[in-house]
Write a protein that binds this ligand. Structure first.
Ligand code: SAT
Ligand code: MN
Length: 607
């Protein structure tokens, strides 16, 4: 058989045999017009952003340097959980919380979808590294994509191009492993066919082959479906790596907290998508003397250090934050970061003078172009920005980034916070009784759904460790891995686990806790608990502060509301028990006994 000649396929700036073979194989299947090896240079960024402007995908923003607005296809705005699969060899390794299909069957289906799917387009090969490039074992990947939008987004979100490729082959010729991640928007162009601004397909698949450490994505250009270094690699595939190798890949922000006495603490926190991880990661504390610096806003890889403590690394290079609601009050540091430019904005609204706008950023101008590319005025009944519209901006230019953000050794974690969006039941903050109890809190975490995934918004669902859509294997095995992680460690060196809820509401549906910068008061209490300095009351659900145990000097917020935010309401908790039971039944036989025990103990304590 004669090999097809596709321009660029052999112009590979690497000798890595497995990579070369895979690129050729994909090119022969997808039949692009040409293959381009992405180098990550500024020239390349300029060339691709110019191309995206010309194609109508991007609008250059006059008011923000080197920044662009994009509006997606209205049917391609969020992660598609129904179309996301974990194709483990054995269905039992996938579990009840993921979709499964036999890997060979899925490959057969998708191979036919990929056949010729890049016709009329350029196939880009993006070598990337999740986490610092100078790590002893750099976590490498290659995304093949036919989307320029993906290439420029990956430049912000990952360390990519030549600097990543340089780590694929060691000085002695050893070829390193990498995660192959294949992406096609699934919109081939026939000769003479005009393109659209946001090409994608009605058929979407986001697929993981965990044993092979392989990702195949088809049909969507949107963030979590298409930027495969993020959720697909750094959570779903990495969680499987972590299970096999004894570490944790978690949906957590990482922040650095410095006390007035100059003591430094690192905190990781897991909240579901669109529940304020980015805001907490960049928090401006309202308590004098305390400082917060940012390490990451979405993903933490946590491994044991030589000293027995857990160290966290942020695998990402940028922030992919929810735009609506972001302003100088809720997240001043995100506002300052995007003001520097070099950012992409997807599905926000566009002002007439070439700036971006979204609900919550301030007064609406007289006229906007909405995310649906329609005229919008303050009288319009539809939202100008999609609720899951996003800014994509480099960590590098965030003023509050901690110097350790790029440290390959990571940072030692003192506290882990789990949290969700719950109008009732869950108090502002609860300290767990032990790692096992904290794992129970994480495993039973619940939250109202948000616009970050396609589907109904505002429905309470269990979202264990905020990882429901991201656990790459059986949730019961994942809980077991958490329990065993605790058992394998010196308990005095483990982070303390807390459960928070910034979203509890009062009788008038008002938020009981002012949130945002005031959340520093909860961080302070947690640190003081770790130091043995702050008081708490032992309740059936764990240790909870009284209003006097929190530093509330100068707090914006009503005292009665704050008391209500802290309340442990036994009746509300009793109503929660059947929901937890139902959830545990869904997990089935693989639910670790210690979690059943925790549940029985909670029932007992509630009486
Ligand atoms: O679209 S992403 O998956 O990257 C963002 C999120 O839902 O957390
Ligand atoms: Mn996320």
């Amino acid at each position: 058989m004669t090999a097809v000649t596709i321009p660029g396929v052999d112009q590979a700036p690497t000798t890595h045999q497995r990579l070369l073979a895979w690129v050729r194989e994909v090119a022969e299947l997808t039949v692009p017009d040409q293959v381009v090896w992405v180098d990550g240079s500024e020239e390349e960024w300029t060339r691709l952003t110019d191309k995206l402007v010309e194609a109508g995908t991007f609008t250059r923003l006059d008011k923000k340097p080197n920044s662009f607005y994009a509006a997606s296809d209205p049917n391609d705005v969020a992660r598609v959980e129904e179309r996301t699969y974990i194709c483990s060899q054995d269905e039992a390794d996938c579990g009840p919380t993921n979709n499964w299909m036999d890997p060979a069957e899925m490959k057969a289906v998708m191979t036919e979808l990929y056949r010729g799917s890049m016709r009329g387009r350029t196939m880009y090969v993006i070598p990337f590294c999740m986490g610092p490039l100078d790590a002893e074992n750099p976590m490498l990947g290659v995304e093949i994509t036919d989307s320029e939008y993906v290439v420029v987004s990956m430049k912000i979100m990952t360390r990519m191009g030549t600097k990543a490729l340089n780590r694929f082959v060691d000085a002695d010729g050893t070829e390193r492993d990498f995660v192959p991640a294949l992406h096609s928007i699934g919109a081939p162009l026939e000769d003479g066919q005009a393109d659209v601004a946001w090409p994608c397909s009605d058929t979407k698949y986001i697929v993981h082959f965990p044993e092979e450490r392989l990702i195949w994505s088809f049909g969507s250009g949107y963030g979590g479906n298409a930027l495969l270094g993020k959720k697909c690699y750094s959570l779903r595939i990495a969680s499987v790596m972590g299970r096999d190798e004894g570490w944790l890949a978690e949906h957590m922000l990482i922040l650095k907290l410095t006390s007035p006495e100059n003591k430094v603490y690192f905190v990781a926190a897991a909240f579901p998508s669109a529940c304020g991880k980015t805001n907490l990661a960049m928090l401006d504390p309202t308590i004098p003397g305390w400082k917060v610096e940012t390490i990451g806003d979405d993903i933490a890889w946590m491994r044991f250090g030589k000293d027995g403590r857990i160290y966290a690394v942020n695998p990402e290079n940028g922030f992919f934050g929810v735009a609506p609601g972001t302003d100088f009050h809720t997240n001043p540091n995100a506002m300052k970061t995007i003001a520097k430019g070099n950012s992409l904005f997807t599905n926000v609204a566009l002002t007439d003078d070439g700036d971006i706008w979204w609900e919550g950023i301030g007064d609406a101008p007289e006229h906007l172009t909405s995310w649906k590319k329609q005229d919008w005025t303050p009288e319009s009944t539809e939202k100008a920005a999609h609720p899951n519209s996003r800014y994509c901006t480099p960590i590098e230019q965030c003023d509050t980034k901690a110097p350790e953000w790029d440290d390959p050794n990571g940072v030692p974690i003192s506290a882990i916070f789990f949290g969700g969006r719950r109008a009732t039941t869950i108090p502002l903050v609860t300290e767990s009784r032990s790692w096992q109890h904290g794992t129970f809190m994480g495993a039973t975490l619940s939250s109202e759904t948000t616009a970050a995934a396609v589907g109904q918004v505002g429905v309470v669902r269990r979202d264990p460790m905020a990882m429901l859509p991201f656990i790459g294997y059986h949730a019961g095995d994942y809980f077991k891995h958490w329990i065993e992680t605790g058992k394998s460690a010196d308990a005095t060196k483990l982070p303390k686990i807390f459960y928070v809820n910034w979203f509890r509401r009062g009788d008038e549906k008002q938020f009981l806790w002012p949130g945002f910068g005031e959340n520093s008061r909860v961080l302070k209490w947690a640190i003081e608990r770790i130091e043995g300095k702050a008081a708490a009351v032992e309740t059936p659900i764990g240790y909870v502060p009284t209003i006097d145990d929190l530093d509330l000097e100068g707090v914006e917020g009503d005292r009665a509301d704050i008391e209500a935010a802290l309340k442990v309401d036994v009746d509300e908790w009793k109503a929660e028990l059947p929901l937890i039971e139902e959830w545990f039944d869904k997990i089935g036989d693989k639910l670790p006994t210690p979690l059943r025990d925790e549940f029985e103990a909670l029932k007992q304590r509630l009486g």
